[in-house]
Ligand binder design. Structure first.
Ligand SMILES: NC(=O)c1ccc[n+]([C@@H]2O[C@H](COP(=O)([O-])OP(=O)(O)OC[C@H]3O[C@@H](n4cnc5c(N)ncnc54)[C@H](O)[C@@H]3O)[C@@H](O)[C@H]2O)c1
Length: 288
């Protein structure tokens, strides 16, 4: 029965109960039997997401240009699995496999995604997390840097979505793209970064609209400041007014990569079956 008398809500009653039961049953092993592709998996939020998805049972394909970082991610996931097996603490979780991939290259993306499907099986989750940034006075910003930032942060997710969607459409799936709260609010000295993040947010919405009803959900996480190596690449240019950046700060400080990964995992999982085209701000209240 619908929760509102005499109004058909499309779903309700027993169907809602069944959905809730499925969610409760899935906690802790939401990605068992799934193949998940995570870009940017060599560091920061991407690594934490690979760890979280593997902990919950996924076979994770970690994609990055940083092969040493990827090896470290795979090692951390292997060690965690061995520890859980030794401690007899329930499921041992999934594993991770490293694939060198430059998300700005059509060829690199095409061959990495094809290799993942051939090696690990049909992917049903894609998390586009690879990203770069930097502070510039816009009048001094070289075109090459603009193109590089747009290339990794916006063209990369497009290429990854285009290559992975045919697989997701086979058996259903979820895409989570990583934007930034600065892609919602704007921020001084980061015209390319903010533009790329606003762009990826709209890429998600456009794909969500295009594939709604076809079994593929597409959502965005917009992180606030998170304690990862990317922060070091945001050095203020000479003569910049630091007060412009006060609005980046929140009384809650920095998030941990694992906190960000928890929200990404939620949107990638069957715990959010009716959520598509959404933007989840995980920013310690910055957007309030
Ligand atoms: N850390 C923050 O405060 C913060 C805030 C908002 C949004 N974000 C976003 O979160 C995402 C992850 O960032 P992070 O903080 O974990 O940074 P990070 O620097 O730790 O990780 C970024 C990863 O992307 C990889 N990468 C860069 N270029 C690539 C390419 N061409 N192909 C494949 N991989 C490439 C890097 O090698 C690195 O492993 C980024 O999209 C970033 O913009 C971060």
């Amino acid at each position: 029965m619908s929760p509102i008398q005499n109004i058909s809500m499309g779903r309700g009653g027993e169907e809602h109960d069944a959905a809730d039961t499925t969610m409760a049953d899935n906690i802790g092993h939401r990605f068992a039997g799934k193949v998940a592709i995570v870009t940017g998996a060599a560091s920061g939020i991407g690594r934490a997401t690979a760890q979280r998805l593997a902990l919950e049972g996924a076979v994770v394909a970690g994609l990055d240009i940083d092969e040493d970082g990827l090896d470290q991610t795979v090692r951390l996931i292997d060690e965690a699995r061995a520890e859980r097996a030794a401690g007899g603490t329930g499921g041992t979780g999934g594993r991770a496999v490293a694939y060198r991939c430059d998300v700005t290259s059509e060829e690199s993306v095409g061959s990495a995604v094809a290799a993942v499907a051939a090696d690990l099986g049909t992917p049903s989750v894609l998390c586009n997390i690879a990203g770069i940034g930097g502070f510039f006075h816009t009048v001094d910003m070289p075109l090459e840097r603009w193109q590089e930032i747009i290339g990794v942060n916006l063209t990369g997710p497009f290429l990854m979505c285009r290559a992975t969607l045919p697989y997701l459409l086979e058996q259903g799936g979820a895409i989570v793209n990583i934007a930034s709260n600065t892609g919602l609010t704007g921020q001084a000295y980061t015209a390319a970064y903010c533009s790329s993040k606003a762009g990826v947010l709209m890429l998600s919405k456009a794909l969500a609209a295009e594939y709604a009803g076809k079994g593929v959900r597409v959502n965005t996480v917009a992180p606030g400041p998170t304690d990862t190596p990317i922060i070091a690449s945001f050095d203020l240019p000479e003569g910049a007014d630091g007060r412009q950046l006060y609005k980046m700060m929140t009384p809650m400080g920095y998030a941990t990569p694992a906190e960000m990964a928890a929200s990404i995992a939620f949107l990638a999982s069957d715990d959010s079956p009716f959520t598509t085209g959404a933007v989840l701000s995980v920013d310690g209240g910055l957007s309030v």
